[in-house]
Design a protein around this ligand. Sequence first.
Ligand code: BJW
Length: 235
Amino acid sequence: MAAMADIRNIVILTGAGVSAESGIDTFRGGGGLWEKHRVEDVATPEAFARDPDLVLRFYDMRRAAIQEKEPNRAHAALARLDAEWPGDLLIVTQNVDDLHERAGARRVLHMHGTHLNAWCTACDARSRWTGPLIDRPPCPACGARALRPDVVWFGEMPYEMERIYGALQAADLFVSIGTSGAVYPAAGFVREARELGTQTLELNLERSQGSAWFDETRLGPAGELVPAWVDEMLG
Ligand code: BJW
């Protein structure tokens, strides 16, 4: 890593690995969600059109489960960095849980949406939602029974891409934590960063698919690697 004095603006990309030690399943690999549920059945707009009950039940189950989980040491360390880092910082999370926020982080962007919002396909309103959707409750804004989970499925455009690319342009350091690098466009951020001359660091249990693009890779559980890295950054 270059001297800390050279680093002012940081973009941090987080994935399912950052929440794994809180007991939330990752997607890929042994025991991952996609071993138990086919992506094509639950995480595409076509699946929702074909069998909405199956998709709503899948998300109702996960929405209920995440509310029982607690942030871990990695979330806490990132919240501390967010609170104390004097330069620009953006935590771009692919995770649809709210554990970064519950740990106290404020500068968080959910590029794949959030479990705790329902999105009305009739009026486009987003409402905070903690209960089930399977019984087709009415939209709080317009009353239509047309709510879906406010998450980004395959084939849909992730949220706030302009803001993310703006932050990447301005970043001196790009850090990727606990993501497999299997899903675009997030998987491409490291290449964008490299092409811009930004330093890149990967913290992960195992090397991601884009590992070769990182200047440095540190392997281990996020609950250990992230607090140690944050200590380094904050001196
Ligand atoms: C630990 C740990 C510990 C474990 N400590 N680490 C062909 C080529 C290129 C692209 C495409 C293509 N065909 C289609 C595409 C595009 C597609 C895509 O990327 N497909 C690939 C599969 C090839 N992407 C999209 O469709 C995206 N949209 C898009 O591209 O829009 C543009 C567009 C739209 C329309 C037309 C034209 C263009 C949307 C992607 C949406 C992804 N959605 C999901 C579901 C969200 C809702 C839900 O939760 O159900 O998002 S899929 C799932 O994967 C979820 C995650 O956010 C995402 C990434 O997963 P993540 O976080 O990396 O988790 P894992 O499980 O993969 O990895 C966990 C990691 O943690 C591992 O590395 C472990 O080692 C590590 N780990 N324990 C540290 N303790």
